[in-house]
Design a protein around this ligand. Structure first.
Ligand code: ZN
Ligand code: ZN
Length: 352
């Protein structure tokens, strides 16, 4: 699919919640772009200006993206967001180990031998265009497992690409500490002004040794199969996964990816203690998002010991039922259950 024709993933509809979490088949709104959302806002003004009856009919029946977006936001009004099933306690983590906690969506808090890393921070109730007083976009299905105030000071923030569910400007603005930001190519212009001690953009194959008060971390950007445009026309933006190395041990962060052979080549960068892999948003977006089985195949190709699934159960981005990605991941790892390190939002995995 040509980059210019692909839209970013911004979901709509709360059908998952209406149906209860188990087995709900979410309806997908075509992923939006910032341009689309601004258009929706303008349309809302138009509605308020006196065309409410006609526009209401339009929003109720139209299958256009804008109509479905509005219906989705309206359906979310008043919806309560359940707490995450687990709450990590990073203050108790051992600085002589590797500890990972899934906070929701693609956000993972990692203590890598005392150095604290946060991947694709998305901490608030909504994702989408930052209006300054909140974001205009989908509501979470489950609360973030650790609100920003409860996060420890972060040494390194990783941003895999500029899609709204990965590069959330309000969240990037409240990460505690003075972290170094390591980002995909041509995305640093979106970083909010705040106390980042350094900002690095990495192209595939580029490495950077990041120096922090808690020591050094080697970060390498790796090829994945996805796309980078945040709005329709900024297809120059990059997207990547990352390989992290410290004290001779390595982690693979898959970012957002469809099935690709490139993980076979990433094997030469290992061995990896764990691969953090996306497993959701594949129906119908299979050309940009892998299935759980694909994710396991790629983690196997890279030679990762543990499998940490992310990118599911947090926002309604696609049609697959809420529980399907993790159930399929469990099935794919049935013969190696010990490799599936995290099942639910807020769970913690320790690699001694
Ligand atoms: Zn993406
Ligand atoms: Zn995503």
């Amino acid at each position: 699919m040509a980059l210019s024709t692909v839209r970013n993933l911004i979901p709509h509809s709360s059908s998952v919640l209406r149906s209860g979490f188990a087995g709900a088949a979410g309806r997908l709104v075509c992923p939006s772009s910032e341009h689309d959302i601004v258009t929706v806002v303008k349309r809302r003004y138009f509605i308020g200006a006196g065309a409410a009856a006609g526009a209401g009919t339009w929003a109720g029946w139209s299958q256009s993206w804008a109509a479905r977006f509005i219906r989705g936001r309206v359906e979310e009004l008043g919806r309560e967001i359940p707490a995450a099933p687990h709450r990590p306690s990073p203050a108790t983590w051992n600085d002589n180990a590797i500890t990972l906690a899934w906070l929701g969506h693609a956000t993972v808090l990692i203590n890598f031998y005392g150095l604290r890393i946060l991947t694709d921070p998305v901490l608030f109730r909504r994702i989408g265009v930052d209006l300054g007083v909140g974001s205009l976009g989908p509501l979470r299905l489950v609360q973030c497992a650790l609100p920003g105030d409860d996060l420890p000071e972060i040494d390194v923030v990783l941003v895999s690409h500029a899609h709204f569910d990965h590069l959330d400007t309000p969240s990037l603005g409240v990460v505690r500490g003075k972290p170094v930001a390591v980002m995909a190519m041509s995305t640093a212009d979106l970083l909010p002004r705040r106390g980042y001690s350094a900002v690095h953009e990495l192209a595939w194959g580029q490495s950077q040794t990041v120096t922090t008060p808690h020591g050094d971390l080697s970060v390498r950007a790796i090829e994945v199969k996805h796309w980078g445009a945040r709005i329709r026309r900024d297809s120059w933006r990059g997207y990547s996964g990352f390989v992290l190395e410290r004290e001779g041990r390595k982690l693979l962060i898959g970012g957002d990816t469809a099935l690709t052979d490139s993980f076979k080549h990433h094997r030469t960068l290992g061995p990896f203690e764990a691969a953090v892999m996306p497993i959701g948003a594949y129906d119908p977006w299979i050309w940009n998002h892998c299935t759980p089985e694909h994710a396991v195949t790629m983690a196997d190709a890279a030679g990762a010991r543990l499998f940490v699934p992310v990118h599911h159960q947090s926002f309604e981005l696609s049609r697959e039922p809420f529980m399907e990605p993790i159930e399929r991941a469990q099935e794919a790892l049935l013969q190696e259950r010990g490799r599936l390190a995290i099942h639910q939002i807020g769970e913690t995995a320790v690699i001694a």
